[in-house]
Write a protein that binds this ligand. Structure first.
Ligand code: ATP
Length: 576
């Protein structure tokens, strides 16, 4: 998965990758050259009291060091640039993919995981990419080259390499093997802490109203304690790594000095070669350590890459048709023809055999008990979901055969839970029409009965709206969402229970103001209160996903039992 993800996303940077590999090679060769120069300075200069070789070899050493430092700086810069660019591109790909998802795919994944896949998982992949670009070539060359160079200095001490390298690999490997599950657990603990925290922040009012602070505090403490416990466990293992690695390094150096001293004494080895041998051994040990660390990051990045690819490989269930049929211009009817809809994974359909026509210039109201399928029905029109049976037609064209943008551009949807975006009031209203003038925005607000409260806001149209519309009331949010739909001047208005948070007077004024605006449009209104739809041209009564009556208020009062029951129950409630 990681390889596949990187192959797809490193493509545009392949020349940079080649340059980086060459730079890694140059830097490693330069590093490998330094200890042998150092050894020669000792043997040819210090040991025999000659300053000439010291100066000559010292100058070369200085040059090689400068080259190595420069190459490393450039390589690190390029590697971080490339890995950051890869991260940016993968994030962009996820965003583009999620943007075409229908409600079905968004619900299947869920928003929190889509966000963590776009942030945390990409960071894992980005880190591994950076390490690969800086160490992938250098570490193996350093390991093999270090061994060769050490043997070149002295074969007699080679058994020390054979002992020290596996010993270090074993120690670091064992510690890391215990660390990996802790890392996974830590990731889960972070998710847990985030989840509890998010629920508490968004549900703070419910928590207070139900005096559940103590319960929530203990829930958070539990998650927090697990996270802390895991972090401490990882910390303990980390604390072990450094001293143990240093122990192996130092023990190896002592062993080289001890056994090397005998060889120098016997005349089998020069003192400079001994110094160089020791440095090469340290190089090899460091490479082993880095390779082991890298190998722990790869499984984590592999898991993350799998989670990312799962999103990228998911196709939207709402597809763009080819070729597309054009929906006629101007006011258009919406027709449901024997529509059936079943949610993915559900056993029974939510809508079954739904047929009716909503004509332009008329208001069609949908009424039914909660869970009857009203919202589902409305969502099928702009293809938030596609029908699983039958057809939804817009102007006589099956919505699945028309271009998606063409369908969306004809619809002004006011969802049951209106969502506002961070920005100003005007920014939100211009979602309806990016080119709308301030006058058009005020006009839409007038119709939606929002003029007064927007006027009263400190900066009028430029007043800030918090994320999700958190700084306006439920009724104000609904009115802004209605104004947003009105700004668009669509041919089809879909009001999904959009007046529920308004008091009766505001509701009445809003409907009166809307009437002339929507005179030619097809208006579909989902409603809970019969009193608000009595004047509708046509009322569709839904019960358990089936249409049990279509007609005017008066007709339905005569021949639709379900409608009579709804009217009866609401009348009783009002009297009470
Ligand atoms: N995303 C979903 N996945 C599975 N089932 C769902 C989903 N959304 C809604 N349902 C189910 O479909 C049925 C109809 O839901 P829908 O929201 O359309 O009803 P509604 O008539 O609009 O209700 P209300 O008046 O309470 O808003 C319900 O039984 C609900 O549980």
């Amino acid at each position: 998965m990681l390889i596949r993800l990187l192959r797809n996303h490193l493509g545009p940077y392949r020349w940079l990758v080649v340059v980086l590999l060459v730079l890694q090679l140059a830097s490693t060769i330069a590093s490998l050259y330094l200890p042998s120069l150092n050894g020669r300075i000792i043997d040819e200069g210090v040991a025999v009291g000659q300053t000439g070789p010291i100066l000559r070899l010292g100058a070369i050493m200085l040059g090689v060091s400068l080259l190595q430092v420069t190459v490393t700086i450039v390589a690190t810069y390029l590697a971080s640039r490339t890995s950051a660019s890869v991260g940016r591109d993968v994030r962009g790909s996820i965003f583009d993919r999620v943007a075409v998802f229908s409600a079905q795919e968004v619900n299947r994944f869920g928003a929190p995981t889509l966000i963590s896949r776009s942030t945390n998982d990409i960071t894992q992949v980005q880190m591994v990419t950076f390490m690969g670009l800086t160490l992938m070539v250098g570490v193996p060359i350093m390991m093999v080259g270090g061994v060769i160079m050490a043997l070149r200095e002295d074969v007699g001490l080679s058994w020390l390499v054979a002992v020290a390298v596996p010993l270090l690999a074993l120690i670091v490997g064992l510690i890391i093997r215990r660390m990996v599950p802790q890392f996974t657990l830590m990731q889960k603990s972070i998710d847990w802490v985030n989840r509890v925290l998010r629920e508490q922040i968004t549900g703070i009012r419910v928590v207070r109203a139900f005096v559940r602070e103590e319960h929530e505090r203990s829930r958070f403490a539990e998650a927090n304690t697990q996270y802390t416990g895991t972090a401490i466990a990882v910390g303990k293992l980390m604390a072990l790594v450094f001293p143990l690695v240093m122990l192996v390094f130092n023990a190896s150096s002592i062993a080289v000095l001890w056994f090397g001293a005998f060889r120098v004494d016997d005349g089998h080895m020069e003192i400079g070669a001994l110094t160089a041998f020791m440095q090469y051994l340290i190089f090899v040990l460091m490479s082993v350590m880095m390779a082991t660390f890298m190998s722990t990051m790869i499984p984590r990045a592999e898991v993350s890459a799998g989670r990312i690819i799962e999103v990228l490989d998911t196709d939207s269930s709402v597809l763009e048709p080819a070729p597309a049929v054009t929906i006629p211009g101007g006011p258009v009817a919406i027709e449901f023809r024997d529509v059936e809809f079943t949610y993915p994974g559900a056993e029974v359909p939510v809508l079954e055999g739904v047929s009716f026509i909503a004509h332009p210039g008329q208001t069609t109201a949908i009424i039914g008990s909660t869970g009857a399928g009203k919202t589902t029905l409305v969502n099928l029109i702009p293809r938030l979901y596609d029908v699983t049976g039958g057809t939804v037609l817009m102007g006589g064209v099956d919505v699945r055969e028309a271009e998606l943008a063409a369908v969306w551009s004809r619809v002004g949807l006011v969802p049951q839970k209106p969502y506002l975006f961070t920005g100003s009031v005007a920014d939100n209203l211009r979602y309806g029409d990016a080119d709308a003038t301030d006058e058009q925005l005020w006009d839409a607000l007038r119709i939606a009965q929002g003029t007064d409260f927007v006027h009263d806001m400190p900066e009028g149209l430029d007043s800030a709206i918090a994320q999700g519309g958190g700084n306006v009331s439920g009724g104000q949010r609904q009115r802004l969402a209605i104004a947003r739909a009105v700004v668009r001047r669509p041919d089809i208005y879909l009001f999904d229970d959009s007046f529920s948070a308004l008091d009766l007077m505001t509701d009445r004024r809003l409907r009166a103001a809307l009437e002339p605006e929507t005179a030619d449009a097809t208006v579909i209104v989902v409603a809970q209160r019969v009193s608000t739809i009595i004047g509708a041209d046509q009322i569709v009564v839904l019960e358990d996903g089936k249409v049990v009556g279509v007609g005017s208020h008066e007709d339905l009062l005569i021949d639709c039992t379900t409608y009579q029951e709804i009217v009866q129950s609401q009348a009783v409630a009002e009297v009470a």
